[in-house]
Design a protein around this ligand. Structure first.
Ligand SMILES: [Zn+2]
Length: 253
């Protein structure tokens, strides 16, 4: 995670000036300093509005429900409106607001859902577990001050410590903390996505019962059925080079 909006008292030297796009000087009887907007990857932006009402009307009203408080029912209803991969849907701030790339990977791993699962397969997914996992991981991450994997710092210039709890993000080709299988890396809407091909089940369509083979008694997979990760298209998977993270500890869920 990169980019910062942070406060520096006037008496302190501004250490990093690279990629600083805007500095607000604050000068009041109670506080004096600078608010600095730094955005190396240019994912951020600045907009001005004449009033708070205008901000609500033109920006915030288009955001989905807050990920920290979204209910299981609302999450299911909103995910069922799209057939995009669930990783892409979780990153879409119009569907649910507040989930970034790191946390989408961690959430899907904890909920054991493959990132290429079709979003409207939610009827076959355990959406209650998914919503609970979203709340749990985001709250733990906020309590830890976020994830500093490169140069992320919070509004007071402090790094976050949640990266040491990452179970998949930043760990391609390392062993899964659950099963030991090698984690894989793919691109989903151009975002690096790390997952376990064994632990994370792929849900591939609306809930349809498998047709029963009357001779064998085994239900047959169809294009609408859930697939195992091994049935995922090989073209979707691209192995990337490993990184040297330490083995992370587990979340408390
Ligand atoms: Zn695994």
């Amino acid at each position: 995670m990169s980019g910062q909006l942070w406060y520096r008292p006037s008496r302190l030297h501004l250490q990093r000036r690279d990629h600083v796009h805007c500095i607000w000087w604050i000068d009041s009887p109670t506080i004096s300093g600078r608010l600095v907007f730094r955005d190396p990857r240019r994912f951020g932006g600045l907009w001005t509005f004449p009033s708070t009402e205008a901000l609500h009307a033109t920006r915030w009203s288009r955001l989905g429900p807050d990920a920290l408080s979204i209910s299981a029912q609302t999450l299911r209803r909103r995910l069922c409106q799209t057939r995009r991969p669930i990783k892409a849907a979780l990153l879409d701030q119009h569907i649910v607001a507040g989930i970034g790339n790191i946390y989408a990977d961690e959430i899907l791993f904890a909920a054991q859902i493959h990132p290429l699962s079709i979003s409207n397969s939610i009827f076959t997914m355990d959406y209650r577990t998914l919503s609970h996992t979203i709340h749990s991981i985001l709250r733990h991450a906020i309590a830890a001050g976020g994830s500093t994997t490169h140069d992320y710092i919070d509004g007071h210039g402090q790094p976050g410590s949640f990266a040491k709890y990452h179970q998949v993000y930043g760990r391609p080709l390392q062993p899964c903390v659950r099963c030991g299988r090698q984690l894989q890396s793919i691109k989903v809407i151009q975002r690096t996505t790390i997952f376990c091909p064994k632990c994370q089940r792929i849900f591939n369509g609306p809930c349809v019962r498998r047709p029963l083979n009357t001779h064998t008694g085994v239900r047959r997979a169809t294009s609408h059925m859930d697939k195992t990760p091994a049935e995922c298209r090989s073209s979707d998977i691209r192995i990337t080079s490993p990184v040297g993270n330490e083995y992370p500890s587990s979340y408390s869920r």
